[in-house]
Design a binder for this molecule. Structure first.
Ligand SMILES: O=C(CO)[C@H](O)[C@H](O)COP(=O)(O)O
Length: 227
């Protein structure tokens, strides 16, 4: 079954606890951590992740768009994140970092910006629980989906199948009712959606509708491993 992870980047930051509760049927809550260095935007850090983890039963999927990921990522596990995604472009030692995240008890995930190819990371895939392919340049919600990322999603799904891995394949950026099926057909099974969830009157219903839409594709996909 497809997973839908609402991105709190599109939520009301003055009411984060309520906004987290508004999507409690979601699989994970996607938390965008930005440092104004790795991306040209600044959001939140460890103390807010710690507070959010106490405010909701939905597990936190923390996406670190920050420099010096090796130093900071383990602190997000300690703050309560169930999954921590670091960027390949920001990690000095991605294998060591993924092992540290797993050893601390969270799922380890690595993200690729649009211009970063998957091929140099093929041998690292067994070290990861999830691979995130950015379908916009990271930094802001509400951007248009980059169709040119679909071949990379397809190639990544082929590598996952080739190695027989149970790795989740997440897409983030511009995911909506008009793009989610294309992502699912290409091989994604975890979908981050910001404005397509929080930009609606009923965020919980938006999550259900997106999941149902993605499931029309993933239900018959040969690569679904029943998560
Ligand atoms: O990581 C992100 C931006 O860097 C956000 O998660 C993403 O953009 C979600 O917003 P939307 O669904 O509106 O594109």
């Amino acid at each position: 079954m497809a997973q839908i992870n609402p991105s709190i980047l599109s939520a009301d930051f003055a009411r984060l606890a309520e906004e987290a509760k508004a999507v409690e049927g979601a699989d994970w809550l996607h938390v965008d951590v930005m440092d104004n260095h790795f991306v040209p935007n600044l959001t939140l850090g460890v103390p807010i992740v710690e507070a959010l983890s106490k405010a909701t039963d939905t597990p936190l999927d923390c996406h670190l768009m920050i420099e010096d990921a090796d130093r900071w990522a383990p602190q997000y596990v300690e703050a309560g994140a169930g999954s921590v995604t670091f960027h390949a472009e920001a990690a000095a030692a991605p294998v060591r970092l993924a092992r540290e995240i797993r050893a601390k008890g969270a799922r380890a995930s690595m993200a690729l910006k649009p211009a970063t190819p998957i091929e140099p990371y093929e041998d690292l895939l067994p070290e990861l629980d999830m691979l995130l392919i950015m379908t916009v340049e990271p930094g802001f919600g509400g951007q248009a989906f980059l169709d040119i990322m679909l071949p990379k999603i397809r190639r990544t799904r082929e590598l996952i199948s080739k190695h027989g891995l149970e790795l989740w394949l997440q897409v983030d950026g511009g995911v909506s009712a008009t793009t989610i099926e294309r992502c699912a057909e290409a091989g994604a099974d975890v979908f981050v959606a910001g404005s397509a969830v929080y930009g609606t009157e009923d965020p919980a219903e938006a999550v259900r509708a997106l999941r149902a839409q993605a499931d029309t594709v993933t239900a018959s996909a040969p690569w679904v491993c029943g998560h």
